[in-house]
Design a protein around this ligand. Structure first.
Ligand SMILES: *Cc1c(COP(=O)(O)O)cnc(C)c1O
Length: 429
């Protein structure tokens, strides 16, 4: 599709990045299950290897099925380019890779997916990188955490596990003042509910494993670049200084707004190899075709279930930001105008024991460590993902022993409510 600017979201989620296959006319994006691509001649090969011409060399770097998905996600997020990779966690490493170096740090929200807290607390230290965790509700604390070695601010748009809404414009202003990019993990919202670039984000990362694919079939990730950041401000030598691996080419000077995306492919995928496979890209392309329809139903169901839970005497509190009673209700309307997502927590009277009984008694909800599936999912974090933490750490993470996290699916809301009703009766009797 050529003029994507004039089309609406529902059109773009089906058509962006997809053209009838030039060889066969195939209407659906084919799965290009190939490792390598034949060069026209030696000059063509040389031009590709010198980054003088864009094309396909080897599927660790580029593949037409994956390229279609990259273009679709970039278009839906309003970015100039995207790099897909093998998982959401790979996307996070790939997002930081062009920015960081030993001794550099990222200022990260305390409210993040549990796996991200692990990755940022421990694993990235092996690269000499580090994370400084701050409560992003406290903007002064965010400003104070930034130092001369900070190279990014990282948060989630709809944040785990409580479904809180981050104040993206305020965080983007702080990032701008500091000359560093704001990276927003938009997994829990999807570009249908939230478009972080419109709120000032530089980069958007996704676990495409979740809502974008939508049905719990494949893992994948993506990094989208807004194309707006000045990588030549002195802090990002990987993007502004001569690159020895490409004869001293300077990515920002040569590729302008596409510098970060080209670096992610030409250096990131080439050398880290966290590549998405074409079969996985195909599943995710199929999933995205119905993203808006699914998100509408996820949000409508989450609202009905949250409202029902809020009134139930067996429930202590519900954190859903879509509820008018939520302290995030106003912000949700600004940042996620089409709905506050379908991820939230609620507290059960009776504490740890009642939560364990509730999870065991549910019939439609699956007890799994996942979110963003068509199916409704539940997890009792204190006895699973957060069981190694102290009670204080559990409470700070929004995963106290009396709290369960739900990801509301697209089943019939009345069936979900009936399931919760019978399970709460067993849990609190
Ligand atoms: C699942 C998830 C991740 C990690 O993604 P994987 O695809 O599982 O590697 C990161 N961030 C958020 C918000 C997630 O939900």
């Amino acid at each position: 599709m050529s003029d994507t600017a004039s089309y609406g979201f529902d059109t773009l989620q089906i058509h962006a990045g997809a053209r009838p296959d030039p060889a066969t006319g195939a209407r659906q994006v084919p799965i290009y299950q190939t490792t390598a691509y034949v060069f026209r001649d030696a000059d063509h090969a040389a031009a590709l290897f010198n980054l003088q011409e864009v094309g396909y060399i080897y599927s660790r770097l580029t593949n037409p099925t994956v390229a279609a998905l990259q273009e679709r996600i970039a278009t839906l997020e309003g970015g100039v380019g995207a790099v897909c990779c093998s998982s959401g966690h790979a996307a996070q490493i790939m997002a930081l890779f062009p920015l960081m170096a030993p001794g550099r740090n990222v200022v990260a929200s305390t409210r993040l997916y549990g796996g991200t807290v692990q990755q940022f607390s421990n694993t990235i230290r092996k690269f000499g990188w580090s994370a400084k965790f701050v409560d992003t509700e406290n903007l002064d604390a965010v400003r104070a955490a930034i130092d001369a070695d900070t190279r990014a601010i990282f948060c989630e748009s709809i944040a785990n596990p409580g479904g809180y809404i981050s104040d993206l414009p305020a965080l983007a202003r702080i990032a701008d003042e500091a000359g560093v990019p704001l990276i927003v993990d938009n997994t829990s919202a999807s570009p249908y509910l939230c478009r972080p670039i419109e709120h000032g984000a530089t980069l958007v990362v996704h676990s495409t494993t979740k809502y974008l694919t939508g049905n719990g079939t494949v893992t994948g990730g993506a990094i989208v670049d807004s194309g707006k950041f000045d990588w030549s401000n002195g802090k990002f030598p990987s993007l502004s200084e001569p690159e020895p691996a490409y004869h001293g080419l300077k990515f920002h000077e040569t590729f302008g707004g596409l510098a970060y995306t080209f670096y992610g492919i030409a250096i990131g995928l080439r050398d880290l190899g966290m590549t998405m496979n074409p079969q996985g890209a195909h599943y995710t392309l199929l999933g995205i075709e119905t993203l808006s329809l699914r998100m509408e139903k996820h949000v409508a169901n989450a609202m009905k279930v949250a409202q029902w839970l809020e009134k139930d005497p067996r429930v202590e509190f519900v954190t859903y930001a879509g509820l008018p009673s939520s302290p995030y209700a106003e912000r949700a309307k600004r940042i996620c105008p089409k709905g506050a997502g379908a991820l939230f927590t609620f507290a059960v009277k009776g504490g740890y024991e009642a939560c364990v009984k509730l999870v065991n008694a549910l019939e439609i909800f699956s007890h799994v460590a996942n979110l963003g599936d068509t199916r409704s999912l539940i997890i009792h974090s204190a006895s699973t993902t957060h069981r190694q933490l102290t009670p204080e750490q559990q409470a700070a993470a929004g995963a106290a022993p009396n709290v369960v996290r739900v990801s509301i699916g697209i089943e019939d809301a009345d069936d979900l409510i009936a399931d919760l009703d019978q399970a709460l009766a067993k849990a609190t009797s």
